[in-house]
Ligand binder design. Structure first.
Ligand SMILES: Nc1ncnc2c1ncn2[C@@H]1O[C@H](COP(=O)(O)OP(=O)(O)O)[C@@H](O)[C@H]1O
Ligand SMILES: [Mg+2]
Length: 257
């Protein structure tokens, strides 16, 4: 077995199975969504708006999350998709929610098997893939995260070719044109921002997505039998337990689903 060492001391690396194990900390799916919302409102990102949508891409149900916050350069996106990095500080009295560097990974991988992140700053646009399906397909023994960056000065990195190939082959976006159309969605909302798409969404034992997107087109609701926490009939539960609209409005005072 290949071992990575530093000064002769073996380094710990993360097996792809960790992505699932780590996500089980979220028993309630809205707490996973809250991680993504918190990230957009943390002081270093400061989004003014945040959108959560259900969309269908190539026949698959997806969740999309978009904010018009600061976006990320390549190094930051790499940290976002890796474990244990968080260099957040309070700005005046705006205290960050995330400090452990785990929220995005545990939250996104709780909602679905696969996530792609599109992000734009004033100088660059980057795309990163955190995908359990990809890691399984290539039989990866360690977590790998394809990342590519388009810089405004066009000094793009030649080594991004392998990441581009992996993203086109294993994400829902199989041409560069399709990738650019997602980046354009960010541009339509502001000069900088981040768009996250999650697919292969978690399903119930009967094979339906754990979320019900159809009953109310302006809401995302947890199905009655979706998890141990929602095994009771919905009528017995406060709406904030199963309605994202009610739950988020209660927390943030406004919502844009
Ligand atoms: N929507 C976003 N916009 C800009 N940066 C983000 C966004 N989401 C996550 N990040 C970056 O990714 C890092 C890791 O996020 P996360 O895994 O939630 O850990 P934490 O929030 O504890 O730092 C954040 O510190 C932030 O720098
Ligand atoms: Mg966070």
């Amino acid at each position: 077995m290949e071992t990575y060492k530093r000064n002769g001391i073996p380094l710990s690396t993360l097996n792809p199975k960790f992505l699932h194990t780590n996500s089980t900390s979220h028993t309630w799916p809205f707490s996973a969504i809250a991680e993504l919302i918190d990230n957009a409102y943390d002081p270093d990102v400061c989004a003014k708006q945040f959108w959560i949508d259900w969309t269908r891409i190539k026949g698959l149900d997806c969740l999309s999350f978009m904010d018009n916050g600061a976006g990320m350069n390549r190094a930051r996106l790499h940290k976002m998709l890796s474990f244990g990095y968080s260099n957040k500080e309070a700005v005046k009295d705006h205290i960050p929610v995330g400090i452990y560097g785990n929220g995005f990974k545990s939250g996104s991988m709780r909602l679905g098997m696969d996530a792609i992140v599109f992000t734009k700053t004033k100088k660059s646009m980057s795309i990163g893939l955190l995908s359990q399906s990809y890691l399984q397909a290539i039989k990866a023994q360690k977590i790998m995260i394809p990342i590519l960056t388009f810089r405004r000065d066009e000094q793009n990195l030649p080594e991004d070719g392998a990441s581009l190939d992996a993203i086109l082959k294993y994400s829902l976006f199989n041409t560069e044109k399709e990738l650019f159309s997602e980046l354009r969605a960010i541009i339509s909302a502001g000069p900088t921002g981040t768009r996250i798409i999650i697919w292969n969404l978690r399903t119930t034992t009967s094979g339906e997505t754990e979320f019900d997107f159809e009953t109310d087109k302006y809401d995302i609701q947890i199905r009655a039998n979706a998890s141990e926490n929602t095994s009771d009939s919905l009528a017995m539960m406060p709406e904030s337990r199963y309605s994202l609209r009610v739950s988020e409005c209660a927390v943030n005072g406004s919502c844009a689903i």
